[in-house]
Ligand binder design. Structure first.
Ligand code: 4NP
Length: 160
């Protein structure tokens, strides 16, 4: 990724904001802490079905089991126009989310990318939606977003 300006804030976006993007938010908070990075980090969904809901039970379990992180207090919200100004980088979890974000971005200044663009070897790929899957799909999702956010945090620490 080309860094146009220092990135001090990152928003992760999926469809419902109850499975993939809360996991990415949690993993990024952990990665930023480990690298001593001061970043504003949040997550949101393109859809409105789950506004105000806690993350999916299986996402909460995966974050706790694999990351040791309690995400039960997270609350889903929908992407809003101001996000494109308030965040330096917005990472879409899949290509549909990215298309939706591109259509919404207007004159916003945020850089838009796929999350996996930040994981060497995975550029252009989507994080599969585990919502209709099982615990194994949530485990895979956690490991993928954990690797990608660690790589992103490493890049930000290097270029920061
Ligand atoms: P997420 O997963 O986008 O990773 O939060 C989904 C959550 C809910 C729905 C779809 C995907 N849904 O259709 O309600």
């Amino acid at each position: 990724m080309t860094v146009i300006r220092p990135i001090q804030s990152v928003l992760f976006v999926c469809l419902g904001n109850i499975c993939r993007s809360p996991l990415a938010e949690a993993a990024m908070r952990q990665a930023a802490k480990q690298k001593d990075l001061t970043l504003k980090i949040d997550s949101a969904g393109t859809g409105d079905w789950h506004i105000g809901h806690a993350p999916d039970r299986r996402a909460r379990a995966a974050a706790l089991q694999y990351g040791g992180i309690d995400i039960s207090a997270y609350k889903a919200r929908q992407v809003r126009q101001s996000d494109f100004v308030e965040f330096d980088l917005i990472c879409a979890l899949d290509s549909n989310n990215l298309t939706d974000l591109q259509a919404m971005s207007g004159t916003g200044t945020a850089q838009l990318s796929l999350l996996l663009d930040h994981l060497p070897g995975w550029q252009g790929q989507s994080v599969a939606d585990p919502y209709y899957g099982d615990e194994d799909d949530f485990a895979s999702c956690w490991h993928q977003v954990q690797a990608a956010t660690e790589s992103l945090a490493h890049m930000l620490a290097k270029n920061g």
